[in-house]
Design a protein around this ligand. Sequence first.
Ligand code: GTP
Ligand code: MG
Length: 322
Amino acid sequence: MAEGGSERPLIRDITELPGIGPTTAQKLVEAGYSTIEAIAVATPLELSNATGIPLQTAAKIVKAAREAVGFTIKTALDLKRERLSAKKITTGSKNLDELLGGGVETKNITEFFGEFGSGKTQICHQLSVNVQLPEEQGGLEAKAVYIDTEGTFRWERIEQMARGLGLDPDKVMENIYWVRAINSHHQMAIVEELFGFIKRENVKLLVVDSLTSHFRAEFPGRENLAMRQQLLNKHLHQLMRLAEMLDVAVVITNQVMARPDVFYGDPTQAVGGHVVGHAPGVRVQLKKSRGNKRIARIVDAPHLPEGETVFVITEWGIRDPE
Ligand code: GTP
Ligand code: MG
């Protein structure tokens, strides 16, 4: 059986859905549901709340959207082929690539988590450059979208990393789309909008750096835990759908404290851990080591061997230690 949707355009206009007139369409678009895919990943309640469309109607619209997107019954062999067809982007470090089973993969979410300065943002920058490389050099000859929630994206760093690979820095910078997310709501709305953009622009890497900072700031403490978890869950779900449907590597970062006792005692960590833990993603813990050395360790990934490795952050970017 063919992989769902590979023979037809993935992103279609919402007015193609049965029962959606111009008024409803307008309400949906105004609320940010401008593609069938965006509606398909929404829940009826959420759609109804966001648009004012009655719940029953919203349920019909979501159902129609999900049918339009299509579900496919697959054999185990299909699943195997899909897994094998996931493409990999090199991190710049062979050690780290090996740990990841060849690099950061498309159709999946890879989370880098660790304390401040552990290299999360550096890896995101490096991947945004590397995705542009030809396949024989570990890239996908494609572009990157970088959702920056903390204002830590630096084009200067991209320039340096491009030079480090002997690439034309301006060309490399032209292929990285930067979006600043100003709050959690905005962050999620951006992802909805990106379905169409990513498809059109040959984007194979979506970075969300950081996934969690806005959510933590806006929903602090235990009393807001449930709400935060719910929203993060929805966000991750959105990202997973995007990764799978558009064959994109989604890379997210998550700052956590270094001390294990704090780490396990902190409810925010449990949230991040839990939520991402349940998504079929890859979680990589980063730790600072001596000088520019960093330690990476895979956390609860059944399909990857356990173990840790060392990489370095150099002037030219992510590399193996000498
Ligand atoms: P938070 O976002 O604060 O949680 O940290 P992070 O994990 O994103 O850390 P980041 O990736 O920003 O790593 C910062 C480290 O990368 C710094 O401590 C430096 O060691 C290194 N680094 C950043 N920029 C450069 C650079 O231009 N040259 C070199 N050689 N190293 C750099
Ligand atoms: Mg950072």
